[in-house]
Structure formats: C-alpha cells, structure tokens
Design a protein around this ligand. Structure first.
Ligand code: NVA
Length: 299
C-alpha cells in the first residue's frame, strides 16, 4: 500500500497493521520518537480542518519530522499553475502529502504526477482516515471487530462511504440508514456489496430507522458537509426523524457505542444528551495515534 486514497487500496492486513501500530504508538509513544527524523510532510488543506490538521502537525513532530501547512491561495495553483507541475515539484521537497481536497480527482492527479505517498485527508466522496480512526476506537473497546454490527445513521456522505468500504475488511457488518434522496453513491454501494460478499459480512441500505436494532456501534455525521452549505435548510427538513437520540438508542437495544467524526451539531444529527454520553471525544483523541501510524506505515 503506497497511498491512502479511498481505502480500497488497503488490504485487510494493511488495516490490521495500521491499527496495531496506532496501539503501540499510544502505549509507547517514546519508542517512536525520532523515527521520522529528517522527513517532511506537506499538509494541503483546501477545506477547513481542526482535528486532522492538529493530529498531523503534532503527530509528525512527535515522530521527529516536520510539516508545512498550505492552502491553495498560498501557492501558485491559485494563479493557474497546474496540479501536475505542483505535484512534480513538491515531490522533490517533501516525503508525503496529506490533501484535504475538494475533489477525489485532485488526489488521483497528485498520485499520477507526483512520486510520494498521498494521503486523503477528506474529500467530498471519501474520508478514509475518519473510518480508520473509528476502527481504532471500536477495536479498543471491543478487542476484536469481527462479527460486530455498525449502523451509520444520516447523510450518505464521505464518512459513510469510507465506513462502507472499511467494515467488510475488518469483518464487521454495516447497515446504512439514510433518507431516500441522501443515500450513499450507487458506485460505492456496489463496491461495498462486493467487498461484503468477499468477506462474508452483511451490508444493508435502508431508509428505515428500525434497522438500527442490534447495533454495537451507531455512527453519525453532520447533515450538511463542507461545501454543501447552500443546501442546509433543505437538508434540515429532509433529515427529520434521523437524529441519533434516546429514542433511537432504545430501538437499537443494548447499549451501543455512539461515534461521530466531528464537528458535531447538537440538536441536529445527534441530541445533546446522547452526544454527552457518547465516545466522540475519545474517538477524536485517538485520531492522533492513527494518523501517526498511517504516516509511519506509508513512509
Ligand atoms: N462529512 C463532514 C466531515 C467533517 C470532518 C464534511 O465533509 O464536512
């Protein structure tokens, strides 16, 4: 595995190794100090970022490497230089790049024209690091992921797509519950079904919140992702009935773990009460170990 673009490039063993590394880094952070000494990582953010940016900046420093954070407006891309030329040039200066891009194509282009590992720090279509972060949090709680059921409730967006590709590779069943017009992309649904068939895990897509029954984990995310702000009112209306709240937890039964990749809009996709009892902050904290593990693994 040379890049982390969609998660389909990661084999089951890559995911296991990254999660194991993250665990070792959390428990014994000092033994990895200096491992990336002399290495430089570019952090290219075309969209806002809190957790991802800090986790990569601090994580790289803890490993002894350095980072350069930049936006489109900081570089000649904003004046018409091509991404191809940018990728070729930057590949001589830095050892890896994290891109929070507007489109998946930016990452594909960087891989094609550059020669360094490219890490997807979120695009409108995929958020593989968010899914790996959740896998780490779930593994810490359950010990083993195989046989567990994750239910994603809400917008069929980037994190939903990445969880759909991740779950079969970890032996987990996944159910996605989204209102009719906001379900995941058909191409990713087909891919997730095929992955689930290979792994012998379950994949279910529905608009019925009753399907939350039996969930070990309930995952939700904002109803309006970055770049979709003009659809906010329409979405607030369409997602009524899809909030992760006490009633939904009762329908699930048991005491499922509740996760969210943050930022959280309390009172929209999740009630303030359920958010307060959830493991969203533990999950955000775990991101630091996971991004360090990804960098170390790819470099
Ligand atoms: N789906 C959200 C995730 C934020 C980390 C977005 O793309 O805005």
């Amino acid at each position: 595995m040379k890049h982390l673009i969609r998660l389909d490039e990661a084999k089951r063993t890559d995911i296991e190794r990254i999660l194991d590394l993250a665990a070792r880094m959390e428990v014994n952070s000092d033994s990895f100090r200096g491992e990336l000494c002399g290495r430089s990582v570019g952090l290219f953010f075309q969209k806002p970022s809190t957790r991802m940016r800090f986790a990569f900046e601090v994580g790289t420093a803890q490993l002894g490497g350095t980072t350069t954070v930049f936006r489109t407006s900081d570089i000649q891309l904003s004046r018409g230089e091509s991404l191809a030329d940018t990728a070729r040039v930057l590949s001589n200066y830095i050892d890896a790049i994290v891109i929070r891009g507007r489109t998946q194509q930016d990452l594909v282009d960087f891989v094609q024209f550059g020669s360094i590992p490219v890490i997807n720090g979120l695009t409108a279509k995929f958020y593989p690091i968010g899914a790996l972060g959740a896998a780490y949090t779930m593994k810490k709680k359950f010990g083993t992921l195989s046989g567990r059921k994750l239910v994603y409730v809400g917008d069929g967006n980037n994190i939903a797509h990445s969880l759909m590709l991740l779950c079969p590779k970890t032996g987990m069943d996944i159910t996605v519950i989204s209102p009719e017009w906001y379900q995941p992309s058909q191409d990713v649904v087909e891919e997730a079904k095929a992955e689930a068939a290979i792994s012998g895990t379950a994949f279910e897509l529905t608009d019925d919140t009753g399907a939350v029954k039996g969930a070990d984990v309930i995952f939700t995310d904002v109803w309006t992702s970055m770049g979709m702000e003009e659809e906010r009112e329409e979405r607030l209306h369409a997602f009524q009935g899809y909030q992760v709240n006490r009633q939904l937890l009762e329908t699930a039964g048991g005491s499922p773990m509740v996760l969210h990749c943050m930022p959280v809009r309390r009172g929209e996709e999740i009630s303030a009460e359920v958010a307060a009892e959830s493991e969203i902050f533990e999950n955000a904290a775990n991101l630091l170990h996971v991004v360090k593990a990804i960098l170390y693994y790819l470099l």
